[in-house]
Design a protein around this ligand. Sequence first.
Ligand SMILES: C[S@@+](CC[C@H](N)C(=O)[O-])C[C@H]1O[C@@H](n2cnc3c(N)ncnc32)[C@H](O)[C@@H]1O
Length: 301
Amino acid sequence: MTVTSMPTQLTEAELKLLQALVYQECGMHFDERRTHFLQDRLQRRLRECQLDSFYSYYRLLISPEGKDELARLLENLTINETSFFRNKAQLDLFHKYALEDLLQRKREQHEYSLRIWSAGCSTGQEPYTIAMLVVDALAYYYLRHPLPYDLPSPRPLIPPPWRIEILASDISYSALRMAQQAIYNENQMSSVDYNYRLRYFDKVGERYAVKKALKELVHFDFHNLKTEFLPQHNDAIFCRNVMMYFDEAEQKRLIEKFWRCMKPSGYLFVGHAESLLGLTDKFVMVHRNSGTAYQHVEAES
Ligand SMILES: C[S@@+](CC[C@H](N)C(=O)[O-])C[C@H]1O[C@@H](n2cnc3c(N)ncnc32)[C@H](O)[C@@H]1O
């Protein structure tokens, strides 16, 4: 097939087919405001694949041989913008209210484990922020409820008998690779204050590497939120700045899935521009000092 340097025309029908395919595969909805972005990314992929029509590209995507290309396209369509300590007011609510509540309830039930999921973790800043806050919350907790024995030196980040699992997932393999590397430049570190830099990062040349002990608290995995097979039994789920790319029907489906993936009275954190209002009655809003979260409500039997 011949490839010209001129952009290939994308017809209305081809656009609809490709929009529907992307929606079906990952839930991302490209309305009129975002059609231009979709067209631009499709043009790029078409050139890379050296195809001369969008219909042939569509045929490739739906064929068994097109699996890798489909993953590549979805990767090209995601927005990976993120930062450490994003939405400070909400993280304060998590740290000072939700974690306090969870640790207290767990202690009463003699169940010393916490499972937190960062769904749509991008390049890792969100789950590492969560890890730092959990370590701090546990340290403060032990200050008030000392253990009846001395901890070995150096003190472990997570004092026994607690087990902390932070699962972080994304649909973008390249974002996950960067998250696993856990090395950030000065720009990316701008929202990390010196106290946190000193305790949780090593300076490597001009960049900062997350210290091994903190890194080990976070496990990364590929998960497409569009699917039904999602991590279960979470005490808290962070899914921030992801749902905003889905339409209302897909948002409702995702919230329902999160509800099923959560332990009773667990907490769901969504982005600043996102809300569960009018979408569900299975969560109640919790609001503290400008921070907002949603708490799981048990279904009535
Ligand atoms: C804007 S980033 C948000 C990162 C982080 N949660 C935050 O708020 O800083 C959105 C992330 O959601 C991921 N994403 C989009 N659609 C997804 C899907 N269907 N399943 C899993 N992750 C998805 C993207 O790859 C991207 O890394």
